[in-house]
Design a protein around this ligand. Structure first.
Ligand code: ZN
Length: 222
């Protein structure tokens, strides 16, 4: 689905996955395990491009519905994998997450019943790093290493699971998926202060109108 000529949402991968087309192609998140086919098909059929043109895969955070097809996509594209330093050891499989026990159980089950394999990211992102015209904004709260990616030229912000839009209003993660409530509040403020035009989240729908007002309204409820 085309959001802008240079920003596409790929349907059918469970957690939203996006392609940002700049000087290179950047893939943002990879969906649940086994979704590499959907992503590569979209790239080839809709964009008439090739897997090797994806130069970077950026992960908004370590959750498996965002990292699920990472291992296969790395093999297919040979792209550099980039993630924020605070989530890297979890993505690499070196450390287990501090998520609630049942979330970790769900992740373990998903890994057992799928072809999930851990893989070490190539790039440790830090605040204000630039990935193909998008600036890295550290937005902890949902996970310690959650990030948003913001481009002031097109006003697009990818927010991962820090914020969602259900077609009606902006919300945050459910309380059991908040790793640090104070950090989340600060992160929402940080996103709100950027006054983005288009908010693209890991779950839910693209928010393309009254975006910064709606994010501000949500911030007031925290
Ligand atoms: Zn998540």
């Amino acid at each position: 689905m085309e959001i802008l000529s240079d920003v596409h949402l790929i349907d059918g991968v469970t957690a939203n996955t996006y392609l940002a087309l700049g000087d290179q192609i950047t893939l943002i998140d990879t969906g649940t395990p086994g979704k590499q086919g959907n992503i590569i098909n979209y790239l080839q059929k809709e964009l008439k491009s090739k897997p090797k043109n994806i130069k970077t895969i950026v992960l908004t955070h370590h959750h498996m519905d965002h990292t699920g097809s990472l291992y296969e996509l790395k093999k297919i594209t040979n792209a550099d994998i980039a993630a924020y330093k605070d989530d890297i050891d979890i993505i690499s499989g070196k450390k287990s997450s501090s998520d609630p026990i049942y979330m970790r159980f769900v992740s373990r089950l998903m890994a057992m019943f799928t072809s999930y394999k851990f893989i070490k990211p190539d790039i440790n992102l830090e605040e204000n790093d630039i990935v193909d015209n998008y600036r890295v904004i550290h937005t902890p709260g949902h996970t310690p290493g959650s990030i948003a990616l913001y481009n002031s030229d097109n006003g697009v912000i990818f927010v991962g699971d820090t914020l969602t839009y259900d077609g009606n209003k902006v919300g945050g993660p459910p309380s059991f998926l908040i790793n640090d409530k104070e950090a989340l509040k600060k992160s929402v403020k940080k996103i709100s202060d950027l006054e983005p035009n288009i908010m693209l989240s890991g779950h839910g729908k693209p928010l393309t109108e009254n975006t910064s007002e709606m994010i501000r309204e949500f911030y007031k409820t925290l």
